[in-house]
Ligand binder design. Structure first.
Ligand SMILES: NC(=O)c1ccc[n+]([C@@H]2O[C@H](COP(=O)([O-])OP(=O)(O)OC[C@H]3O[C@@H](n4cnc5c(N)ncnc54)[C@H](OP(=O)(O)O)[C@@H]3O)[C@@H](O)[C@H]2O)c1
Length: 291
């Protein structure tokens, strides 16, 4: 590898892609290229092969995904094309073109029937098309010595539309908002995940790249109701947050009732320190208050 590490980030206009862009400065000597749909539609296999024939990278971080979980139920072909076939192709190219692939997956690969945090080795049993497609993407990278898969969960950021920005909008516009209290997980600030991945790259370059599946979320667990309550209260909005059951808020795609991820492996192997979710929430609210 040369001194300046060459990194490609796909899905650059998504919330995680944008979080990489704002985080990259000062981390290490590197050049980062960001691409999204308009630059290269990753489901066009011929175009992707051609692109990698002409561009060389040390690391490819795949943030591109079909993430509209409910639409995915009726849009299976496109969902599998982006979430399963794209990582398979990138995995194949990682071997041919000698780059390390860091691919992002999800807690939705689990059924949610557990009551203890899921390990990387826990049995996957996705409940939705989105979860099934992401699981197939993981499977395509199994046994690939150049691929590292990070399962994350409940991603939010200051960018675009996500649970945080939706709650802030509702909190300003409504007197009360109802949020499910029987789905338990761990919120993850996209900036924390981006920093963690840059640190993994740094460790891989300085020490060793360890492939396989890893879990990363912020520390701590809560329900969506708890998360909404903290957002509204930390922001000082005069909106009441009402706990409801999932059965009172039915959506096309089923979600796991419990999807806490055990992060021991990523902490041990890559030496990461992970912020507690309320600290990260306070950070992003400060960012929003000053922009
Ligand atoms: N959001 C969550 O709560 C969550 C939780 C766990 C894991 N994850 C995973 O984390 C990763 C990042 O998620 P995110 O929230 O940042 O997603 P996001 O905001 O929806 O961004 C995904 C990006 O991928 C692009 N994309 C979609 N299809 C593409 C294609 N065929 N070719 C090129 N680009 C394409 C999208 O472009 P367009 O907008 O033009 O379609 C979008 O910019 C994904 O792998 C996701 O599965 C997310």
């Amino acid at each position: 590898m040369t001194d300046a590490i060459k990194i490609l980030v796909t899905g650059a206009n998504g919330q995680l892609g944008k979080s990489f862009k704002k985080t990259e400065e000062g981390l290490m000597p590197h050049s980062c290229k960001y691409i999204d749909m308009a630059d290269l539609n990753l489901t066009r296999t011929g175009d992707v092969r051609h692109y990698f024939d002409h561009h060389q990278f040390d690391f490819v971080i795949n943030c591109a995904a079909y993430t509209r979980v409910d639409d995915a139920e009726h849009d299976q072909a496109e969902t599998f094309a982006v979430n399963a076939e794209v990582p398979a192709l990138l995995g194949e190219l990682s071997r041919k073109r000698f780059f390390k692939l860091i691919h992002i997956s999800t807690d939705y690969v689990f059924s949610g029937n557990s009551s203890i945090p899921y390990k990387e080795t826990s049995k996957a049993f996705p409940l939705s098309i989105y979860g099934k497609s992401k699981h197939e993407g993981e499977m395509a990278l199994r046994n690939n010595e150049n691929a590292l898969v990070i399962r994350s969960a409940w991603l939010y950021s200051e960018f675009g539309s996500n649970f945080l920005t939706t709650m802030l909008t509702l909190g300003r516009e409504k007197k009360e908002v109802s949020v499910v209290c029987d789905q338990i997980g761990s919120p993850t600030y996209a900036t924390d995940l981006a920093k963690a991945i840059f640190n993994i790259i740094k460790t891989s370059v300085q020490n060793k790249f360890i492939p396989g599946i890893f879990h990363y979320t912020n520390e701590g667990i809560c329900s969506w109701f708890d998360f909404a309550w903290e957002i509204i209260n930390m922001s000082g909005l005069p909106c009441k947050v009402i706990p409801i059951a999932t059965s009172q808020y039915l959506l096309p795609a089923r979600r796991p009732a419990y999807s806490v991820l055990d992060k021991s492996r990523i902490k041990k192997v890559y030496g990461l320190e992970i912020p507690y979710w309320k600290e990260s929430l306070r950070c992003v609210l400060n960012v929003l208050a000053t922009t």
